[in-house]
Design a protein around this ligand. Structure first.
Ligand code: ATP
Length: 237
């Protein structure tokens, strides 16, 4: 049994089919990445998994349960947590308050302090800025906070939408290193990325999306050496 299974999933915005009949699996312990050009349907796929967009066809199961019609907040309780594209932190709240908000679905409040400390170990820059308001953090720090906040829900599956977007190369390296570390500590990761080079080198497996369809899949290593992937997504002919 896979941790996450999308079978024949389609998603529409009105009459536009953004995602067409895709089948994707994520096994426990993996980093899986979805790569594709602008508008390929990557974000829409993530929204379908987190429950923000309804499916027009297909089904989604998580840890053996059908969650196709489950409310988004209840998916968080089951163990799916997303750091959304564009970061979506609370700009007027401090770093520590933002992290607290990430744990709002949890009942085991007394373990929160330890979990916040774990986030601060992963992201020492956030520890130094725990009282600073989110809106005044740099882009890279906001991305770290978004990931940290998602981790506060203690997810089984962490969904990351374009964590490298708009960041300097050095920060991108750092974010990807931390994603690997989070995975090694036991969290399964589904990662959407335009930075295909980094994403494929970190991922166990990957799917290529083109105009809403899965056109290719394989291990990260296989896709890194695939001629058409190299040409379209890695900037080398
Ligand atoms: P990007 O990397 O640019 O975010 P993406 O692969 O994440 O691209 P999506 O955002 O999932 O792509 O978009 C897939 C398709 O659905 C696009 O054609 C887009 O224009 C369309 N789409 C996305 N959101 C909406 C919306 N709210 N209303 C109408 N169409 C939408």
């Amino acid at each position: 049994m896979s941790l996450l299974e999308l079978s024949g999933v389609s998603v529409h915005y009105g009459r536009i089919e953004a995602v067409s009949d895709i089948t994707i699996t994520v096994e426990e312990g993996e980093i899986v990445t979805l790569i594709g050009a602008n508008g390929a349907g990557k974000t829409t796929t993530m929204r379908a998994i987190s429950g923000i967009r309804p499916l027009s066809a297909g089904r989604i199961s998580f840890a053996g349960e059908d969650i196709t019609k489950l409310r988004a907040d209840l998916r968080v309780v089951r163990g799916i947590s997303q750091a959304p594209e564009g970061r979506g932190i609370f700009p007027g709240m401090s770093v520590a308050e933002n992290l607290d908000m990430g744990a709002y679905t949890r009942k085991d409040r007394k373990e929160l302090r330890g979990d916040i400390e774990r986030v601060f170990e992963l992201f020492p820059r956030l520890a130094e800025r725990r009282t600073q308001v989110g809106g005044t953090l740099s882009g890279g720090e906001q991305q770290m906070l978004a990931i940290g906040r998602a981790l506060m829900a203690r997810p089984k599956l962490l969904l990351l939408d374009e964590p490298s977007m708009g960041l300097a190369p050095q920060i991108i390296q750092q974010i990807f290193r931390i994603i690997t570390e989070i995975n090694e500590q036991g969290t399964t990761v589904l990662l959407v990325e335009q930075n295909a080079q980094q994403a494929l080198s970190r991922a166990h497996r990957a799917y290529v999306l083109e105009t809403g369809h899965v056109v290719k899949s394989g291990t990260g290593a296989e896709l890194l050496t695939d001629e058409s992937v190299k040409e379209s997504y890695l900037g080398v002919a």
